[in-house]
Write a protein that binds this ligand. Structure first.
Ligand SMILES: CC(C)(COP(=O)(O)OP(=O)(O)OC[C@H]1O[C@@H](n2cnc3c(N)ncnc32)[C@H](O)[C@@H]1OP(=O)(O)O)[C@@H](O)C(=O)NCCC(=O)NCCS
Length: 245
């Protein structure tokens, strides 16, 4: 848009450094405590056990995860396509600093990406759940990843409330149904993921009930004392060659 200036001006063109624009486009980050890393044994259907190691995502994970997510979004099954496409944008959005206060957890088994969970902070009190994904199916891995990010938001980072929405039947069963999450009236309240229903966990509900959920569901809890052996087994991050979903 162009308008004539209402007064004579000495200089008719302003030169703007993009660093000054960036300072306006990027939200000033909140100071958030880091996720401390954790491990949890997961029972498999064949009776064996795998140790899931959950750590915060780091910048070197980003490019391999983006490549992998391109393959995941091509899978037209169980809503992996829509969730894969959105997760691609979220990983890139965090990397390019176009998300406000995001956090991303990766779940690794012997260094291979087996689970993903992310969210972001609307403000100090309210944290938003974005997506959970498992790439190793039928091991209740999604449960462990969703629980870990909820634990992070409410227990470590200090939010009072956690808002989720569900794009798939498995997602709703895992967290909406199994955690007995209530929802706010719709359409008055809409989740930022497509304006769907907001399901919520307050800190009070977390403390009274949901905190024990993982123990009930999996018979195990997150262990924050990660052994050197588990850390070493997961030191080289890689994504599966092909998503087997
Ligand atoms: C939602 C999600 C994280 C839930 O994780 P999960 O419950 O730990 O794990 P799975 O998807 O492996 O299993 C869920 C169910 O799918 C079905 N299923 C999965 N693989 C199957 C297979 N090969 N054969 C038959 N059923 C299968 C089973 O009913 C299984 O439940 P069960 O393990 O109790 O038998 C996961 O399903 C996922 O990543 N989905 C795609 C992305 C998504 O929808 N994310 C959530 C957005 S709200």
């Amino acid at each position: 848009m162009r308008l004539e200036p209402p007064e004579k001006v000495s200089v008719e063109e302003l030169k703007i450094d993009v660093r000054e624009v960036e300072a306006l486009l990027q939200a000033p980050p909140m100071v958030l405590k880091p996720w401390p890393e954790a491990m949890i044994p997961l029972k498999q259907r064949d009776g064996t056990e795998k140790i899931l190691y959950i750590r915060q995502s780091q910048p070197s994970d980003v490019l391999p995860m983006l490549e992998f997510m391109k393959k995941v979004m091509a899978v037209e099954k169980d809503f992996y396509d829509i969730v894969g496409a959105r997760v691609y944008a979220e990983i890139l959005g965090e990397y390019r600093k176009r998300l406000k206060d995001p956090f991303t957890l990766v779940g690794l088994i012997d260094g291979e990406l087996a689970g993903f969970a992310n969210g972001r902070f609307m403000n100090e009190n309210l944290a938003i759940s974005l997506h959970t994904m498992t790439f190793l199916r039928r091991g209740s891995l999604g449960y462990a990843m969703y629980y870990a990010k909820t634990y992070y938001a409410l227990e470590i980072a200090g939010a009072n409330e956690w808002w989720s929405t569900f794009e798939s039947y498995n997602g709703w069963r895992m967290a909406g149904l199994d955690m007995a999450q209530p929802s706010y009236p719709w359409p008055e309240y809409q989740h930022e993921l497509g304006g769907a229903r907001v399901f919520y966990v307050t800190k009070k509900y977390w403390d009274s009930s949901v905190k024990n959920f993982l123990k009930q569901k999996l018979g195990n809890d997150l262990n924050f004392k990660v052994t050197d052996e588990v850390r070493k087994a997961n030191e080289n991050f890689r994504c599966p060659e092909v998503p087997e979903l």
